[in-house]
Each structure stands twice: as structure tokens, then as C-alpha cells.
Design a protein around this ligand. Structure first.
Ligand SMILES: [Zn+2]
Length: 350
């Protein structure tokens, strides 16, 4: 089977020649074929580059306009550095020149904060690096932080977690611990993703998403009663290396599948989210139940990777709710080493 550009995700390490040697699973090859047939990648951007990547619609300064509210100077300013994709997702390089300061603040306060809270403890455990590095996670049971040799968990010597690890024998351990997110509003977290999609969308596709932009600004009369967010979790240490964002555009004009997909792959996560309210999605009837079959995006890790670290697992959540929720993030740790330390009577497991 011929490989396609849809295997590009695994190449985040930049080792182009590796592509030739990777043995992909049959499932992933089928997915790549599906996407190659039905979709075209119209945006493909890494989160880290040697120099900032400035996404810019205007040719002359006087033509500068906000992609969201449509305003320009002097009505609005463009002084703030607008990350096209939130910085806490690992985006260091993608800067939008098409986002005014007012919209920038609105998105950060109203939406991005909720998305950050959805990740909750995973931001620390998956080492998602924001402005101040990856945050620490603290609970009654343990604290986690990045150490010299990887993730370090600190637990008290009388903790039940430590007892469990010791009882399960020597070598490696998997300890499921309940970890909770802070309360967040799902539809706002969803809007943070869609805002990112609009920021990285090719300019010629903006008119497709006029209604999407109105929805983002809270001006749409339509609401969403189902917002599926699909994501894949791949175990291991930072499997996607340098994260990236992609937009995939449907090739056929009237096929019953989403016109635009947003793909964000960072640390251990790959998100696959359809951009709602696209004009070319005429097959979606608002106010009715729409269902369609989704071929999940390829998560092309070689079979040997899966054997070593574990298989990629897909999840689907409905993020339509406008009410705050708290989620439990079940996590398993692979513990290599336990060490006793006497700092504030804490034990250190590595
Ligand atoms: Zn604006």
C-alpha cells in the first residue's frame, strides 16, 4: 500500500529518512488511505520552529484586519502577541497577525482557560509546556513534577499509593490514581479549539466559516446540541515530540462527511474535531439528529512503539454542555524506581 502525506505526524522529530523504515499497522495504513482519498491537508504547521511563523492576511499595514470581529485600526489595536494555538498546548511559534487585542483577551479569558482546565493534571503529567514550563500537579495523595530523569512523583511514606506499589512487586508498576480537573465548561473548551482552527485556516477558506466565527463571538442564533470531540491518547514520553496543527479539507463537494477537520497533535494527545457551521456542510441539518460514520485519523506509531509503550486509545466526548463539569482523569504510571528522601518527610519515586 502506498504511503501518503497523512503519515506526516510521526515525523515530528524531523528525521525524514525514518519514514521509509517504519512498519505501520494495517489499521493505520487503511486510515491513511481513507484520508488521502477524501481529504486534502490545507494547513500543516509545527508548534516549534527556528523563527516565529507569522500568519498574516494583509499585504499592507493599513489593510490589517481582525479575522474574528472584522475591525481594523484605529478601532482596535494589534499590540499583543496572539498565539494562533494556545501556548499551553506547546505552541511556541505560530503567531496570528490577524487577531485584535480585544478578541485576543476575550478568547483567552472566556475559552482557553476552560480548555486548559480540561487537561487539568494531564498538563503536568504529559509535560505540556506553557509560558512557565509544565505546571506541577498537587493532590492530597501526591505531587508530580519534572525532574532530571523524567517525571517524578512525591508521595508521603504512609500513602496508600506507595503501599500499592510496594505490594505489586519489584520492577515496574502501574498505579491507577483518581485525579480531578478543575471545573470547566465543555462548550467553551471546544470554542478554544475552533478559535485555533480559524486562526490557522487558509485565508481563502474564511468565507466558509463566517457562521462559525459568529458562533465563536457569541453572536450566532444557532446553538449546538452535540459537539463531538474525539481524541487519541498514546502512552509513552512525548510521542508527538514537536506538536502540530493541521486542517484537512474534504475533496468532494457533497460527500456526507465534515468539510473541515482540525487536527492537533501534541505530547500524548491527538485531537480530531470538525469545524462546525461550514457552508459546504449542507448535508448537516440543524435542529435534526445528524449521524455519520467517522474514520479516525491515523495515529501512525510503528507497531514496535505500541509493543513497548502500549496502544493508542481513542475517546469521544460531547462538549456541547454549557454547564461546569469536573472530570476524573484516570492515569497509570509506570514506575521505574523508588527512592526514599528526607525532604519535608517526603518519599521520592522515580
Ligand atoms: Zn477582533
Amino acid at each position: 500500500m502506498a504511503r501518503t502525506t497523512f503519515d506526516a505526524l510521526i515525523e515530528s522529530s524531523g528525521k525524514e529518512n525514518r519514514r521509509q523504515q517504519i512498519a505501520f499497522s494495517e489499521t493505520n495504513l487503511k486510515k491513511m488511505e481513507y484520508y488521502n482519498k477524501h481529504y486534502q491537508i490545507v494547513t500543516d504547521l509545527y508548534f516549534v520552529a527556528n523563527a516565529p511563523v507569522k500568519l498574516c492576511d494583509h499585504k499592507k499595514a493599513m489593510e490589517r484586519e481582525c479575522r474574528f470581529c472584522g475591525r481594523s485600526k484605529p478601532e482596535v489595536n494589534f499590540r499583543k502577541k496572539a498565539h494562533a494555538v494556545p501556548e499551553f498546548l506547546g505552541n511556541k511559534s505560530l503567531i496570528s497577525m490577524n487577531e485584535c487585542d480585544i478578541c485576543n483577551k476575550f478568547f483567552a479569558d472566556e475559552y482557553e482557560d476552560h480548555l486548559a482546565k480540561w487537561f487539568g493534571p494531564m498538563r503536568s503529567l504529559c509535560q505540556m509546556r506553557g509560558k512557565k514550563g509544565a505546571p506541577k500537579y498537587k493532590s492530597d495523595e501526591f505531587t508530580s513534577a519534572r525532574g532530571d530523569k523524567g517525571m517524578e512523583l512525591f508521595v508521603n511514606s504512609d500513602s496508600s499509593i506507595l503501599k500499592e506499589i510496594k505490594e505489586s512487586g519489584s520492577g515496574s508498576f502501574k498505579i491507577p490514581v483518581p485525579m480531578y480537573t478543575q471545573p470547566f465548561i465543555p462548550v467553551r473548551a471546544a470554542k478554544a479549539f475552533i478559535k485555533s482552527a480559524i486562526s490557522i485556516l487558509p485565508q481563502e477558506l474564511l468565507s466558509e466559516c463566517e457562521n462559525t466565527i459568529q458562533w465563536l463571538l457569541g453572536k450566532a442564533t444557532v446553538n449546538i446540541d452535540n459537539f463531538p470531540v474525539m481524541y487519541a491518547f498514546t502512552p509513552g514520553v512525548n510521542p508527538y515530540r514537536i506538536g502540530k496543527a493541521m486542517i484537512c479539507r474534504r475533496k468532494m463537494p457533497d460527500a456526507e462527511m465534515p468539510f473541515l477537520w482540525l487536527i492537533i497533535a501534541t505530547t500524548n494527545f491527538l485531537f480530531q474535531i470538525m469545524i462546525p457551521f461550514c457552508k459546504s456542510d449542507r448535508w448537516i441539518k440543524h435542529g435534526k439528529k445528524n449521524s455519520f460514520e467517522v474514520t479516525k485519523f491515523p495515529t501512525p506509531f510503528p507497531e514496535e512503539y505500541e509493543k513497548k509503550y502500549g496502544k493508542t486509545v481513542w475517546y469521544c466526548e460531547d462538549w456541547a454542555s454549557d454547564n461546569p463539569v469536573v472530570q476524573n482523569r484516570e492515569a497509570s504510571f509506570h514506575v521505574d524506581k523508588i527512592e526514599e528522601i528526607n525532604v519535608n518527610k517526603k518519599k521520592n519515586k522515580k
